[in-house]
Design a protein around this ligand. Structure first.
Ligand SMILES: [Zn+2]
Length: 63
């Protein structure tokens, strides 16, 4: 997990056979992922994993 700026972090998430990168805006709650699931659905399990991790670690709740 790495900070991009004051509001955004990026994190590498291991998929089945690839590593994907999730970018999360902590202020807006918006997230992006490099996986095909995100490309087609606009959401994916990697984003959920990163949000769960971040909310536990930083005490942030996403709505
Ligand atoms: Zn993903």
């Amino acid at each position: 997990m790495r900070w991009i700026d004051d509001n955004r972090i990026t994190a590498a998430v291991k998929g089945e056979n690839k590593t994907y990168f999730v970018t999360l805006n902590l202020r807006s709650g918006k997230a992006w992922c490099t996986c095909p699931g995100y490309y087609f659905r606009g959401y994916c399990k990697h984003i959920i994993a990163v949000k769960t991790y971040v909310s536990r670690r930083l005490g942030i709740t996403f709505t």
